[in-house]
Write a protein of this length. Structure first.
Length: 243
């Protein structure tokens, strides 16, 4: 990393503090240009041989200063369509550095978004585990949208967080929004992804920015609802009436 690359990334970080959220293409352009600048020497004018560590250099900076995933205007508009107005909230579970919490509060209002993390690194995030917050407040309401980005992996602290979230989602209109790159990606446990696919229907999705051109699979923001249980009388009634 050099100073020119850091300046470009810092400008991107400041854009997230503005009311107008950058589009996916704008975020990727900023990230990729920073990567191009980082892949140079002698003040940024002479290219060096391709270095496989450059993308990890960029990702190291973004993970320490922004987080592991990148909000964009398209993702916020997807969430806007899912909020249950007028009383629904967004519960950002495992909010970390709080970038998503900050962006969502700017888009929907501070009273509509709750960010939670046992070791928060951002001022907008409450210091609390999800289970402690549920015990203290009664947990999410039926009208709340549960949100999580890059859940812990196997053997990481908090690796059962995904299951805690899924346990709290009931059949009906309540949504769970997850940011990640799916079962083949670096976040979440295998059991979490298996359960998400078996018990929930995905009904909305948008791609999210990649930290560099070579990153695959890319992150997506995906919206889920729990599948009706077979003994659910509401679901049974819909089946009888052909709906």
């Amino acid at each position: 990393m050099n100073r020119r690359a850091i300046r470009r990334l810092s400008r991107l970080a400041r854009r997230y503090e503005e009311r107008r959220i950058p589009l996916l293409k704008d975020v990727e352009t900023a990230l990729w240009h920073a990567g191009d600048v980082a892949d140079r020497r002698l003040g940024g004018y002479w290219p060096r041989h391709p270095d496989p560590l450059v993308s990890s250099d960029i990702e190291h900076w973004t993970s320490q200063n922004l987080g592991w995933s990148f909000p964009c205007a398209e993702a916020v508009e997807l969430i806007r369509r899912l909020i249950q107005w007028p009383c629904g909230r967004i519960i950002d579970v495992g909010a970390g550095r709080g970038l998503w919490t900050t962006v969502l509060k700017g888009a929907f209002g501070c009273d509509r978004v709750v960010g939670l993390d046992p070791a928060p690194a951002g001022g907008d995030v409450l210091q609390a585990t999800f289970s402690d917050w549920c015990d203290r407040t009664g947990g999410p309401r039926d009208t709340d949208l549960l949100f999580a980005s890059w859940l812990p992996c196997e053997n990481q602290e908090g690796s059962d967080l995904g299951h805690q979230i899924l346990d709290r989602i009931v059949v009906g209109d309540q949504s769970f929004v997850y940011v990640g790159s799916g079962p083949s990606g670096p976040a979440g446990t295998e059991d979490f992804h298996d359960r998400l696919g078996a018990e929930f229907d995905e009904y909305a999705t948008e791609p999210l920015p990649r930290v560099c051109r070579s990153v695959f699979p890319r992150d997506f923001i995906r919206a889920y609802r729990r599948k009706p249980r077979r003994h659910d009388p509401v679901a049974a009634g819909r089946c009888r009436h052909g709906r």
